[in-house]
Design a protein around this ligand. Structure first.
Ligand code: SF4
Length: 270
């Protein structure tokens, strides 16, 4: 079956093969049996519906992807994400108010482990020890440095995870500070990583910090971001967006102050 995958917008993770399109069909679309439109962001849904009408002239169209609320299936490398990206589990046992993962996917579900060096699992450390060990084993044979972009939940980090991390050629690892109760586990995780020598000047360990959600104010956001710097971690400010994708201009300006690693690096404790 010849399938063309269509994405409403290009991101770093969008595949780049000849059967991938971003946006409308052009004159050179090859013959195909079906078109899959994959929507990651809820604010792209209306654009995806328009795309579906245009692509329907090419072949039968289906719309899927996280923004539609559909649970993901087995992970196929290179299909909806560029080669190198990998998902080994879906779902999460936690229920953070701002997150759609648990609503869409339910609790944690382990998938067959495919090859890749940029792990996007929503909560890898919520998987069984056997699964986590198998993921680390897969990562050790990758040709590229490893990115744990999906993030590791600080409260679940254990010493044996650190031992596994030390065996990797690590490019980046993300933690998160989204709600006030994240801070204490984050502090402990940062100490474990620092004691192991994993927090170095290259700022391999980064921390997502949610900002600009309803009720948040600049001073509080700055305090959280600086607290992350004080732990020796590089913050990565994530500006809250509701389902419409609307973002407040003042918060966008604030985020710019905390976006450039060269600027933020100067605020980090050695
Ligand atoms: S821990 Fe992460 S993936 Fe799980 S519900 Fe919270 S934000 Fe979502």
């Amino acid at each position: 079956m010849n399938t063309i995958r269509v994405f409403p917008r290009r991101t770093h993770a969008t595949p780049i093969d000849h059967a991938t399109y971003v946006g409308l069909p052009d004159f050179f679309v090859p013959e195909c049996d079906e078109v899959h439109i994959s929507v990651v962001f809820s604010w792209d849904l209306s654009w995806a519906e328009r795309l579906a009408k245009e692509w329907a002239h090419v072949a039968p169209v289906t719309i899927g992807g996280p923004a539609t609320g559909m649970a993901g299936g087995e992970f196929v490398p290179g299909m909806y994400l560029k080669p190198g990206y990998v998902i080994t589990s879906r779902g999460c046992p936690n229920r953070c108010w701002f997150c759609d993962v648990w609503k869409r996917e339910g609790g944690i579900r382990e998938l067959p482990i495919r090859e890749g060096w940029n792990v996007l699992d929503s909560n890898l450390l919520a998987c069984s020890d056997d699964h986590i060990r198998a993921v680390f084993e897969m990562l050790r044979r990758q040709p590229e440095p490893i990115c744990l972009t999906g993030g590791l939940e600080a409260a679940r980090l254990q010493e044996w995870h650190i031992d596994e991390l030390l065996r990797l050629r690590l490019r980046s690892l993300f933690l998160a500070y989204d709600t006030p109760d994240d801070y204490e586990p984050l502090r402990i995780a940062a100490k474990m990583l620092r004691d192991a020598g994993l927090i170095a000047r290259a700022h391999k360990v980064r921390c997502y910090v949610l900002i600009g959600y309803p009720g948040d104010v600049f001073n509080d956001a700055e305090t959280r971001l600086q607290a992350v710097c004080d732990l020796g971690l590089m913050p990565f400010a994530m500006l809250y967006r509701d389902r419409t994708g609307k973002r407040d201009r003042d918060w966008m300006s604030f985020r710019r102050l905390w976006y450039d690693p060269r600027m933020v690096g100067a605020r980090i404790s050695a």
